[in-house]
Design a protein. Structure first.
Length: 418
């Protein structure tokens, strides 16, 4: 097995150690340079291996438990987990086993356990590939699974878990008149399975499209921007919604508190040849008056687990109360920035009603001039069963089963009386 493959696996194990041991999100690890020393293809492989292991963690642990008298140190355990997942996905046994034995053997702390790694993974290689597909779909941790069952029912949550386990295809938002690879979805996004390197896809260099989950593209479609409208995109990074607003001809202000995350917005604006005023600032301190506002509020991101399987392991829900309070404050402040007769789309990539339906129900009681615009939800591809009692839109990963699902989102269009 090549040194490159071993380096990618070693880095994947490091990512797993950080996520499962330190409670760090993968995005935090990558931003801190965890994979910087790897070549681009090895970096992509390390990420893919870590994500694949997190998706199949429950199955891997059940297989390994048959051959372990006690749980080994986390790094060794993660090497075994990664090895088990690779073996059950059809990787050649000698390459996987030798690589994991080498990685653990080189560790000063755990080198003595390389014999255990060799023995356990050889047993998994013999029985794992047949046992793997017969095991149940991995479940969410109870801290998240229980409230989701309360909100949506056990059957829906089982469907979400299947979508999480299968992972997410690549969705693209396409400029009008341009073409993009993939199959068109009911809402107009293009979907590619097994996309490979994004920058190598046709139309990337020309700026014909940008990566954006089909669900994440719907808030702007609900807002229905018009040419010349002054529109504020609060919490704009990574910028997909700003690009949608700009391509519609709006006068866009893209605001985010993170200067580093705004770099991605600027890069995408440059690549696509679109225009927006980009501002790094606290949304709660911003002033101005706008025809329309898009507030994609900071949230638990529980709707994005099919793309970010690290989230249920890195988090425990303890910070969600503070996020819900921040959403309330942001919605209140955004309302003051909206001109009379204007419209505000509030959305979160969350599966928790407290971050979606409940926020809007409470806001409608609090602001006399606020109304829900149900007609705004008459967008191509939106099914009436997705529309909620208070007039918002509830999207879930178990929708579009068989074609790759979608992110979980809540979206509501709120209008201000004149």
């Amino acid at each position: 097995m090549s040194d490159n493959a071993t380096a990618a696996r070693r880095s994947a194990i490091y990512l797993l150690d950080q996520i499962l041991g330190e409670g760090r999100l993968m995005s935090e690890c990558l931003a801190a340079g965890a994979l910087e020393r790897l070549a681009p293809e090895d970096r992509a492989r390390a990420q893919r291996l870590a994500l694949q292991t997190l998706r199949g963690l429950e199955r891997a642990d059940r297989l390994l438990d048959n051959h372990l008298n006690r749980t080994p140190a986390l790094t060794v355990h993660n090497a075994l987990r990664l090895g088990a997942v690779e073996l059950c996905h059809g990787e050649a046994a000698h390459g996987v086993v030798n690589s994991m034995v080498e990685i653990v053997g080189r560790s000063r702390k755990h080198g003595r356990l390389k014999g255990l790694v060799n023995a356990v993974l050889r047993k998994v290689a013999a029985e794992g590939p047949e046992a793997w597909p017969k095991m149940r779909v991995p479940r969410l941790p109870e801290w998240l699974r229980d409230p989701l069952i309360m909100a949506w029912g056990a059957e829906a949550v089982t469907g979400m878990e299947l979508a999480h386990f299968e992972g997410a295809p690549l969705d693209l938002s396409v400029k009008p008149g341009a073409t993009a690879p993939g199959e068109e979805l009911p809402t107009g996004s293009m979907r590619i399975k097994d996309a490979g390197q994004v920058s190598a896809l046709p139309g990337y260099d020309r700026g014909d499209w940008w990566v954006q989950d089909a669900a994440a593209a719907l808030p702007v479609r609900v807002l229905a921007p018009k040419p010349g409208e002054k529109i504020l995109d609060l919490c704009a990074a990574p910028g997909g919604k700003s690009l949608q607003l700009a391509v519609a001809g709006a006068d866009v202000t893209a605001l985010d508190i993170s200067e580093s995350r705004l770099e991605r917005v600027r890069e995408n604006l440059t690549r696509t040849g679109l225009m927006a005023t980009v501002i790094a600032a606290d949304a709660l301190e911003h002033q101005g008056q706008y025809d329309a506002i898009l507030l994609d509020a900071p949230c638990s991101a529980t709707g994005t687990i099919r793309r970010h399987p690290d989230l249920p392991f890195a988090k425990d829900g303890s910070e969600f109360g503070a996020l819900i309070e921040l959403q309330t404050q942001m919605l209140a402040h955004a309302w003051t920035l909206l001109k009379p007769g204007g419209r505000l789309v509030y959305c979160t990539c969350s599966l928790l009603p407290d971050e979606g339906e409940v926020q809007v129900e409470e806001a409608l009681q609090m602001y006399p001039g606020m109304q829900v615009d149900r007609a705004a939800l008459q967008v191509a591809g939106i099914e009436t069963s997705w529309i909620t009692e208070e007039g918002g839109l509830r999207l879930r990963p178990d929708y579009w089963p068989g074609t790759g699902g979608m992110d979980g989102f809540y979206i509501a269009c709120l209008t201000k009386s004149t």
